[in-house]
Design a protein around this ligand. Structure first.
Ligand code: ADP
Length: 456
């Protein structure tokens, strides 16, 4: 707008100069020529100003076009000029507005998609037609240990079967496969079920990975458990059957050996009974439906009662049994029967695995919001290699010795389940000739316990 007025001003100045010159033409003198000259000078200045403004606007337009060509949609020229250059500027501004809006829409669509993908439990990747990953989620980055975008799918997941599935998907065929890869997350190898499909427009593929490591591990544990249980049950059954047949085939007529055989049958029957009882307990405690009755329990008298109940065994082995802190123990929040079973298992083990003449200690002390109970015994102990596994089902440091002592290999796994149901913790340590099982049980008078028993 200003430029137009400038032009108008220039033209008026020139016209005035020309009129004045004509008026003076009849008798031209010096002042007439000077005015004419001044008119020309003024017109030149105004024209130069117009040319300068046009050049500046054209440079800005060029900058805008350069920015658009590199997908920078933030710049605008906002020219005021009503002429052709101004119109061009306004058109380019409108183009930049349109491109910026569609880019924002595209970005927000991608962000939304990424948010959805990040909320998924499965790892996901999408590639372009060249096989390069254009979209993925955090689960995938966690799984492979780096940001896979920009890499090819087969670089991110290195497995020959997956490579084949990607090639098939690029040809338009979907596939589901199970692969095992070196996961970079803690826990080493991961087992993945991968579903690989072509995109609808065939411009890439999409792969979804379900981590089934835990499922496979559970299958393995279940298989091992069934095999172990079968083996454990078979041993006493075989013995019972063998001795019963021996009796039937004539040994029954020799009262002396018949009594010996019957004793063996009885011992194995008791072992079977113990196994079946422990298996029943284990399946009950492992199930979600086990309802424990959490209430304040006086741990001191309970421990005293358990130690007295096992006195005949400790006396038979001439063990020194020392208890401390029982009288001052504050009540704990637990299910009385479950806690009793835990303590019986731990103290019975301590007595069983202490060599004759050794020592068993039961120490109790409040520790913060918990009551700390330690059941310790002397003896060769448990080597560090076995320590982390003693709570596993059927895990025994010395299977022969455990069987000899009437053990089933299930006691500590039952303890572990009960302890976690009570909301307590258990640890084991074996050093300096002592094996120590340490329990931390929430005290009934601690604020932690209030929240555990509140109905909400
Ligand atoms: P078991 O019926 O064999 O005693 P548990 O599950 O109670 O089964 O214990 C698992 C294994 O841990 C035992 O076989 C034994 O080797 C070891 N163990 C448990 N308690 C003790 C202990 N107090 N001292 C030494 N070893 C122990």
């Amino acid at each position: 707008m200003i430029r137009r007025y400038t032009l108008l001003g220039g033209a008026i100045a020139l016209m005035m100069a020309v009129l004045y010159a004509i008026w003076r033409a009849a008798k031209p003198d010096l002042s007439g020529w000077l005015v004419l000259l001044a008119g020309f000078a003024l017109a030149s200045v105004f024209s130069w100003m117009v040319a300068r403004d046009d050049a500046r606007d054209l440079r800005r337009l060029q900058k805008l076009v350069d920015a658009l060509s590199v997908r920078d949609y933030g710049m605008r020229v906002r020219l005021q000029d009503p002429g052709v250059i101004g119109a061009l500027g306004r058109s380019l501004d409108a183009l930049a507005d349109g491109l910026s809006t569609s880019e924002q829409k595209k970005r927000s669509r991608k962000d939304r998609l990424r948010t959805i993908l990040d909320a998924m439990a499965e790892a996901v990747l999408v590639t372009d037609a060249d096989g390069h990953i254009t979209l993925s989620n955090e689960v995938l980055a966690d799984l492979v240990g780096f940001d896979p975008e920009g890499k090819t799918a087969v670089e991110a997941i290195r497995h020959p079967d997956f490579r084949r599935a990607v090639e098939d998907a690029q040809q338009g065929f979907s596939g589901v496969l199970e692969i095992e890869i070196d996961g970079l997350r803690e826990g080493g190898r991961r087992v993945l079920r991968a579903s690989v499909s072509p995109l609808r427009n065939h411009q890439g593929i999409v792969a979804v990975f379900y981590d089934i490591t835990a499922e496979r591990e559970a299958d393995r544990v279940r298989r091992d458990f069934v095999a172990n249980a079968g083996h454990e049950l078979r041993t006493p059954l075989t013995a019972i059957r063998g001795f019963a047949e021996t009796l039937r085939d004539g040994a029954i007529r020799d009262p002396e050996s018949a009594k010996g055989f019957l004793d063996v049958i009885l011992r194995h029957a008791q072992r079977l009974q113990a196994l079946v009882d422990d298996l029943a307990d284990l399946s009950r405690f492992e199930g979600e439906e086990l309802e424990l009755d959490l209430e304040p329990v006086d741990a001191g008298p309970l421990l005293d009662q358990v130690v007295r109940g096992l006195e005949s065994q400790s006396k038979a082995k001439r063990l020194k049994v020392v208890c401390s802190g029982l009288d001052e123990a504050p009540p704990v929040l637990a299910d009385k029967r479950a806690l009793e079973q835990v303590l019986v298992n731990l103290i019975d083990n301590a007595i069983k695995y202490t060599p004759d003449g050794g020592e068993v200690r039961v120490d109790v002390a409040p520790e913060g919001q918990d009551l700390f109970i330690e059941v310790a015994n002397t003896g060769p102990g448990i080597s560090s290699k076995h320590l982390p596994r003693v709570f596993e089902r059927f895990y025994r440091v010395d299977a022969g010795r455990s069987r000899e002592l009437g053990g089933t290999g299930l006691g500590l796994s039952i303890v572990k389940h009960l302890v976690s149901k009570i909301g307590a913790e258990i640890n084991v340590d074996s050093s300096d000739g002592w094996t120590r099982f340490q329990l931390s049980i929430p005290r009934a008078d601690s604020p932690k316990s209030d929240t555990r028993v509140s109905p909400s």
